[in-house]
Ligand binder design. Structure first.
Ligand SMILES: Nc1ncnc2c1ncn2[C@@H]1O[C@H](COP(=O)(O)OP(=O)(O)OP(=O)(O)O)[C@@H](O)[C@H]1O
Length: 346
């Protein structure tokens, strides 16, 4: 077990049953001025989901489906031209749900790193290239730990040792470390305060397969030890299969399916999810994989109805007119598809 800090979340009898993150009707658009005309890129368009304590929720979908935009919005790490135009993001760190966008800046900076931390794509976004790693820990984590400097650095060294990182990394500049080591350091940084909720945006994408496995194991082990919740984003379904407890599939700014990972891989319901899973390579299966016809739509001018309908093998007239609601087909399995809903009703 980690001998670092006591849990951040105060024990309350009903805390475990409440979601730690609740997103409702969230819409986040890029409002871009193009030659005097404002265009809206609807990258996150009416998303609702909940993430529980002590689970890894994987968010999947191809490039430009809105994954990064959704997690930036969930972390309130947005800047123009991105704007939240509707909906709520509520976190409950044990003291009741709090609307992230209604929080004063002081409260927001108090929960950052301590309750809510963010492992970004590419470690150099958080590590300053001209400062030693020690400074990153001092800058981000020191004020949240309530310790003197010597005790704080001792805790940091213990945490690094627990993660099999030598304490000497504190005296290194980021460029002196390999890519995998830098990513491990950013994970150590993001978890040293034992946060309740960790957001990880493609943390292993730039790494080779062997290093990637080590980093994924590190994230899984830490999550188990801390009992925290992780929102993990990658387009790589094989990574999700090995890491996520539950999976949400995004297509063109919308959540189209959500289920426990095993159920989603065994019985994918949405035609897009079925395509994602069917295109995964399998050992001993040399049959050619067929890509989907067409391309994802422009999020500045998405098609009406279901955004997947122009590429969907099951498309019906209603799919061109009505947005399918995300409905529960099993208690834990939600899907937004008219064809699936009709088949279930018949
Ligand atoms: N700063 C920006 N200004 C305008 N549009 C943007 C901006 N950033 C992203 N977008 C658009 O928002 C949409 C969603 O992009 P986003 O990066 O969230 O997708 P993604 O699923 O995370 O993709 P990837 O896996 O490639 O990172 C895309 O159409 C993208 O072009």
């Amino acid at each position: 077990m980690l001998a670092v800090l006591p849990p951040n979340t105060p024990a309350a009898p009903d805390v475990a049953s409440r979601p730690v993150l609740s997103v409702q009707g969230l819409k986040a658009y890029y409002r871009v001025n193009a030659y005097g005309t404002v265009r809206e890129i609807r990258a996150v368009d009416d998303i609702s989901l909940e993430i529980r304590r002590n689970e890894i929720y994987g968010l999947a979908g191809e490039s430009s489906s809105g994954k990064s935009t959704l997690i930036k919005t969930v972390a309130r790490a947005i800047r123009p031209p991105l704007q939240v135009v509707a909906g709520h993001v509520r976190f409950d760190f044990g003291t009741g749900p709090r609307d992230l966008y209604a929080m004063p800046d002081t409260e927001l900076s108090a929960i950052r790193w301590r309750n809510l931390s963010y492992i970004m794509q590419g470690s150099m976004n958080v590590l300053n290239p001209v400062r030693k790693i020690r400074h990153a820990f001092m800058d981000f984590a020191f004020r949240h730990m309530g310790l003197g400097k010597a005790d704080f650095l001792r805790r940091v060294r213990e945490h690094l040792a627990h993660l099999h990182l030598p304490p000497e990394v504190l005296e290194r500049f980021p460029h002196e470390l390999s890519g995998g080591m830098r990513q491990r350091v950013t994970i150590a940084l993001a978890t040293v305060c034992r946060p309740d909720f960790v957001i990880a945006d493609e943390p292993t994408t730039a790494l080779d397969v062997v290093v990637q496995k080590g980093v994924l194991d590190m994230i899984r082990n830490l999550q188990r030890e801390l009992g925290s919740s992780v929102l993990f984003v990658t387009h790589d379904m094989a990574v999700h299969a090995n890491l996520a407890d539950r999976l949400g599939i995004m297509y063109a700014g919308r959540l189209v399916e959500e289920a426990p990972t095993r159920a989603l891989f065994r019985t994918p319901l949405h035609p897009y999810t079925r395509h994602l899973i069917a295109s995964l390579p399998r050992i001993g299966d040399d049959a050619p994989r067929h890509g989907l016809e067409g391309r994802p739509p422009s999020l500045a001018d998405p098609p009406p109805g279901c955004r997947f309908h122009p590429r969907c093998p099951l498309a019906m007239p209603i799919c061109r007119q009505e947005v399918p609601a995300l409905l529960a087909h099993q208690p834990e399995h939600r899907v937004a598809c008219h064809a699936v809903a009709q088949a279930a009703a018949s």
